[in-house]
Design a protein around this ligand. Structure first.
Ligand SMILES: Nc1nc2c(c(=O)[nH]1)N[C@H]1C(S)=C(S)[C@@H](COP(=O)(O)O)O[C@H]1N2
Ligand SMILES: [Mo]
Length: 221
């Protein structure tokens, strides 16, 4: 996708300003019980039925035969999966909600792909691995504690609502981490690095919360 010069910088500057202003914060004080169902919608969020596209304004095109997922760092078995090898991993189906920090949420997304649990069983993180960093084809990065990545509901998704994931939503493969704001769900992932130390990603370096729990309204740092 092409865009006017400076658009990407403008978009980044706007989101940095939102972080400084605390845009969208309700200030509601919530108990731990408030975070559980039936409070399915996190504070300050509104429900949408469409699926907005949010990224740095550039959709990287990756030909399926050039696509690869590299697993690096503190794992017993570092790996490089091409699409065929990746799709030979066990297939999982999951339904989850999306919560974007720009205040929209979308319920009941049906995903298909490889569960983080199955990937972890394949590469075996070492005891010293505590954090993961996702690196994408557009240069985007985001970080998570290994525990968040290892959660039951985390998926390396190739399909949405029964069809291959559209390029603008991260196809051929994106990560889906439902318990965190959606910027933690990296699109077009091509490398996952396991490390002992945490390393802030693109938005985490620009005023956004390092952990990003929507029910605790961890929007900004
Ligand atoms: N590679 C990559 N992944 C990314 C982003 C990005 O710019 N590049 N944006 C993040 C943000 S801020 C959000 S809200 C979601 C948006 O995903 P969607 O466009 O499928 O709604 O992707 C996240 N993953
Ligand atoms: Mo976002």
């Amino acid at each position: 996708m092409t865009q006017p010069a400076g658009m990407k910088e403008k978009l980044i500057a706007t989101k940095e300003r939102w972080a400084t202003e605390g845009r969208g914060l309700t200030g509601a004080v919530r108990s731990a019980a408030d975070r559980l169902p039936p409070n399915r919608l996190p504070p300050g969020q509104r429900l949408v039925s469409n699926w907005p596209v949010l990224d740095l304004g550039v959709t990287p095109t990756v030909a399926p035969d050039r696509w690869a997922l590299e697993i690096a760092g503190l794992v017993r078995r570092p790996a490089r999966f091409d699409l065929t090898a990746f799709q030979a991993l066990p297939l999982s189906t999951m339904r989850s909600d999306i919560h974007c920090v720009t205040s929209w949420s979308r319920y009941d997304n049906d995903w298909q792909g490889v569960s983080a649990k199955d990937l972890l069983a394949d590469v075996e993180p070492l005891k010293s691995a505590r954090f993961v960093l996702f690196e994408s084809y557009d240069g985007y990065t985001t970080n998570l504690p290994l525990g968040s990545f290892a959660a039951e509901d985390v998926l390396l998704a190739t399909h949405w609502q029964g069809a291959p994931l559209a390029a603008e939503h991260g196809g051929p493969m994106r990560v889906v981490v439902p318990k965190h704001y959606f910027w933690k769900s990296a699109k077009w992932v091509n490398r996952i690095v396991f490390a002992a130390e945490d390393k802030p990603g693109f938005w985490e370096m620009r005023g956004y919360h390092n952990f990003a729990d929507p029910w605790a309204e961890e929007r900004y740092s």
